[in-house]
Design a protein around this ligand. Structure first.
Ligand code: SF4
Length: 186
């Protein structure tokens, strides 16, 4: 994990390195049973080199805590791209494809039982295909993938645009927490 971190922090493999301040590796227990994956760093994350530390991150922490989840205890938080796209634009296909092997390596190292994808871009990038369904239609449902389960929900930043998304994210985080308990007991 340490050498992967070193590689990512100095990576110049795609054009996003040019405008970043700090690449954001991700954080959480290295053997976390849950990996939470967002789209990419925002301004605060780029400044501090930490994932989900801005307004949306604070809301995510709050909602996770409510469900009994936390980045200190049981969740490794990462992003599809490790460097901030200028003006928080959606990462380009080429950027996602170049950066994605890092995420794959992180997933292999952490080996989580559950993966939670935040938002349509994270879901689409993770799958590597355009979305046929709206995230509102598929959020909260499990997909089995090798030895783990994958779920997508709304990005917490969506709550600032429309507060009606919040209870859905809370419900999905609670389902994640319940599933973690279930898998630990099994
Ligand atoms: S976004 Fe990923 S591939 Fe592009 S420079 Fe940053 S770490 Fe490298």
């Amino acid at each position: 994990m340490a050498s992967l971190r070193e590689t990512i922090l100095s990576c110049q493999a795609c054009p996003l390195y040019r405008e970043r301040n700090l690449a954001v590796f991700g954080e959480g227990p290295e053997n976390a049973p849950l990996m939470v994956i967002g789209e990419g760093p925002g301004a605060k994350e780029d400044e501090l080199g930490r994932p989900f530390v801005g307004r949306a991150g604070k809301l995510l922490d709050q909602m996770m805590e409510q469900a009994g989840l936390s980045r200190e205890k049981n969740a490794f938080i990462a992003n599809i791209v490790k460097c901030r796209p200028p003006k928080n634009r959606v990462p380009k296909k080429q950027e996602v494809q170049t950066c994605f092997p890092y995420l794959e390596e992180q997933i292999e190292l952490v080996n989580p039982k559950l993966i939670l994808l935040l938002g349509a871009t994270a879901l689409k990038s993770y799958r590597g295909t355009p979305l046929r369904d709206k995230i509102s239609d598929i959020r909260g449902s499990w997909e089995k993938e090798n030895n783990r389960l994958v779920m997508a929900t709304f990005h917490p930043a969506a709550v600032f645009r429309n507060p009606r998304y919040k209870p859905f994210i809370e419900e999905d985080l609670q389902a994640i927490a319940d599933k973690l308990k279930e898998t630990a007991a099994g």
